[in-house]
Design a protein around this ligand. Structure first.
Ligand code: HEM
Length: 422
């Protein structure tokens, strides 16, 4: 009746019987949902089969979901592909913790106070710098050859994370804790056929079944892979954008020469490298590795932007759409790191225009570490090498298509030829 006060579901495209809106989603759901938001508004509802999906696509919607209603909307929606029944995963999982329960709080606290605290990050810096130097050595040996940049970066980040996790900071937390679990997981991956040193690791990369490795470990090594794939994809996209935008590449180089000169890039240099950092941000704006964050779930029914979000709805935020919204960004499709210079805009979850790591209680706990190793790896790739595309491909023709998956990757892996800068 007209007296009824329960607000409606948010608008959205008409669902088909049984399948709901699944047939309309296509291979690039981030693009589809962005188009739907343009037609139906910043808060959408759709049906995926019988599952209700709510999509926020504007900074205001993101703020209501991730801040105002954070407590109710920060439960996790666990997709069917996740082997949630695996007791091991349930036990150690942070990302797939169904609710923000005590176990989850405990793991997050360990992350904040032990693994990724300012002090811990600082004490791990040497380790990460060593691993980056190994990467540079390896790459020197590849001069003139075609390199799949994503694989080398994957190996480097993987190597960094495993070494950091094997280090003092992570030990002594007890076998039951994150550190203990991590150690045994790292050991398991190492058994697959890699070794903790890059010098051992790189030569076998060619023969190593990375897909198989990932698949096997995906069930076990959530934290690990949450960090490796996302960071790798960021560096790969950044390199692709810089190859396509040689003026920006030159500016990064000039900054590195000015601030670092002959030595190796170190994490302590990062505050002096604002242009490099702006390139990382601009990459995360255009190519957020998790375009919808990870799916949230409504613990209870609540009201957002005068609509109802019912209990158990899956709730996502389309940060890909927000990053390309012409109402927020000038020339949204252009790679322009300058927009982040002389700006306080950061990815720490306080500004709802820019949310590559999310915000609120589920914000990426690995952010402080990613903020170090992503720019460090990128700086080293650029400082020591000139990069060109194979087969004389014109940088303007570089294929920038995206592949939607666990992370938003380049559809065609980036192939580049290094030339050592003397
Ligand atoms: C460029 C790099 C990275 C990006 C863009 C990124 C982004 C994200 C995003 C968007 C989420 C979901 C937030 C939400 O559900 O609202 C997330 C969750 C998570 N990330 Fe990251 N991440 C990165 C690197 C890392 C690293 C290095 C680690 C660990 C070493 C890590 C560990 C995790 C974990 C464990 C979660 C689940 C947290 C929870 O559900 O409570 N990430 N990340």
């Amino acid at each position: 009746t007209f007296l009824s006060k329960t607000p409606l579901l948010p608008p959205g495209p008409n669902p088909w019987p049984i399948l709901g809106n699944i047939p309309q989603m296509g291979k690039k759901p981030h693009v589809t949902l962005t188009k739907f938001a343009q037609s139906y508004g910043p808060l959408l509802s759709l049906k995926l089969g019988s599952q209700l999906l709510i999509v926020g696509s504007s900074p205001a919607a993101a703020e209501e979901i991730l801040k105002t209603h954070d407590r109710i909307l920060s439960a996790r929606y666990v997709p069917h592909v996740v082997p949630a029944k695996s007791p091991e995963l349930n036990h150690l999982s942070m990302g797939w913790a169904f609710e923000c329960n005590d176990k989850w709080k405990y793991l997050r606290t360990i992350c904040r106070t032990e693994l990724f605290s300012g002090k811990a990050i600082e004490s791990q810096a040497r380790l990460r710098e060593e691993k980056v130097m190994e990467m540079v050595e390896f790459m020197r040996g590849m001069e003139g050859e075609v390199v799949k940049i994503g694989e080398v970066v994957f190996a480097t980040v993987f190597n960094m994370l495993s070494n950091v996790m094997m280090s003092r900071d992570f030990i002594g937390l007890g076998e039951e804790s994150l550190g203990g679990v991590m150690k045994s997981l790292v050991r398991r991956v190492m058994e697959v056929g890699s070794a903790p040193n890059l010098s051992d690791f790189y030569p076998i990369l060619g023969g190593l079944d990375l897909q198989g490795l990932k698949k096997r470990s995906a069930e076990l090594m959530e934290l690990f892979f949450a960090g490796t794939d996302t960071s790798t994809s960021t560096v790969e996209w950044a390199m692709a954008e810089l190859i396509k935008n040689p003026k920006s590449m030159t500016k990064v180089r000039q900054e590195l020469v000015r601030e670092i000169n002959q030595s190796f890039p170190k994490e302590s240099h990062l505050p002096q490298l604002p242009y490099l950092q702006a390139c990382v941000k601009e990459t995360l704006r255009l190519h957020p590795p998790a375009p919808f964050l990870l799916p949230h779930r409504a613990l209870a029914s609540c009201e957002v932007m005068n609509y109802t979000i019912p209990k158990d709805a899956q709730v996502i935020v389309n940060v890909w759409a927000i990053g390309k919204d012409p109402m927020i960004w000038e020339d949204p499709l252009q790679f322009k790191p300058e927009r982040f210079l002389n700006s306080t805009l950061d990815y720490k979850g306080n500004d709802y225009n820019f949310l590559p790591f999310g915000a609120g209680r589920r914000i990426c706990p690995g952010l402080p570490m990613a903020a170090k190793h992503v720019p460090l790896v990128l700086a080293s790739l650029i400082h020591f090498f000139d990069w060109s595309l194979p087969d004389g491909i014109d940088p303007n023709e570089l294929d920038m298509s995206e592949k939607f998956g666990v992370t938003l990757e380049m559809e065609q892996p980036l192939l580049l030829i290094p030339k050592v800068i003397k």
